[in-house]
Design a binder for this molecule. Structure first.
Ligand SMILES: [Zn+2]
Length: 67
């Protein structure tokens, strides 16, 4: 799976402007209440100009997403 959007354009509160926003994916393991270990990818988005944190997004690669 390689459909993660790591390069987006979004409004930056700090710049008060729409900027290039760069996403950094961090993979971690998470254990559910049933004791099942699953991997979760958290993407942190930072403004490329002022490096302010914009938002983060969670993805579960093993979960099938139906659109
Ligand atoms: Zn900015």
């Amino acid at each position: 799976m390689n459909n993660l959007n790591l390069q987006i354009s979004e409004f930056c509160q700090q710049c008060q402007n729409v900027q290039n926003i760069k996403g950094t994916p961090v993979k971690r393991e998470e254990t559910t209440s049933e004791g099942v270990t699953k991997s979760v990818v958290t993407i942190s988005y930072h403004c490329e100009v002022c490096h302010t944190f914009v938002r983060s997004e969670e993805h579960e690669p093993e979960k099938k997403e139906t659109i």
